[in-house]
Structures are given as C-alpha cells and as structure tokens.
Design a protein around this ligand. Structure first.
Ligand SMILES: [Zn+2]
Ligand SMILES: [Zn+2]
Length: 132
C-alpha cells in the first residue's frame, strides 16, 4: 500500500485529535507499564499496521480505531518496528508524530514553566515534564 494514503490519514485533523486523546488517556508507555515500569509515552502506535489494510476503507478503520492504538515511548516503538522489520519505513512517520506531539502538549499546557518555577514541581514524583 500507498504511503500517500497513510500520510493523508496521519495528517488529518481527526488523527491529531485522536492521537492527543490517546496520549492523555494513556500518558505512559503501555509496553513499559506491562513490565511494571513507568515511562512517559511520546508515540501513538498502531498495533495492526495501517498499511496492512487491503483497501482504503480498511486502512482508515485501522488508523482510527481506538482499540488499535497503543501509547509507547520512543524506545519501545523502535523495538517493535525493528522486530517487525518496518522501522526504516516508519521513521519519517515518527518524526511527524513528534512534531504533532509538541503541538499537542503546547495545547494542553501553554506555559508549564509558569506553573512550575525552576521546574522543581514538575520533577516531583519522577514524572517527565513532557507529560505532566
Ligand atoms: Zn508504530
Ligand atoms: Zn516503553
């Protein structure tokens, strides 16, 4: 399949909204969580590859269905794709997601440093300032 459709699906406002919702519902890496570790998620991964859909409708369904989404940190995301052998292909998608992630966190917290002078408050509890 058609990188063009994938790009189109991932560039839509619907996806940006869904992705932001997923990251606020599951702000921690689900793979690390399963191992009892707390790591901030920065990527929303599709459990079943969007590009494995046989038709445009199928790809769309895979891209936007909540149960196909997984919050992951960058390392876990890379590992999963390395295991699948789809890392190289997915690389530019991740860069795109990072850009969107910065946009989404700015939206949620327009100015985190105002709430946390010196960043001291944010570092309490060991959580990354990226997600708090
Ligand atoms: Zn992925
Ligand atoms: Zn992880």
């Amino acid at each position: 399949m058609h990188g063009k459709l994938y790009k189109q699906l991932m560039g839509s406002r619907e996806w940006r909204r869904l992705r932001a919702r997923k990251l606020s519902a599951n702000p921690l890496c689900e793979r690390h969580q399963a191992m009892g570790k707390v790591v901030a998620a920065s990527v929303v991964h599709h459990i079943v590859e969007v590009e494995s859909g046989a038709s445009e409708a199928e790809c769309r369904r895979l891209a936007y269905s909540w149960s196909n989404l997984q919050s992951l940190c960058r390392e876990c995301h890379k590992e999963i794709h390395m295991q699948r052998g789809t890392w190289g292909r997915d690389n530019h998608h991740e860069r795109e997601q990072e850009r969107l992630g910065q946009w989404a966190s700015r939206l949620r917290h327009p100015d985190p440093w105002k709430q946390a002078p010196g960043g001291r408050f944010l570092s309490e509890g060991g959580q990354s300032s990226e997600i708090t």
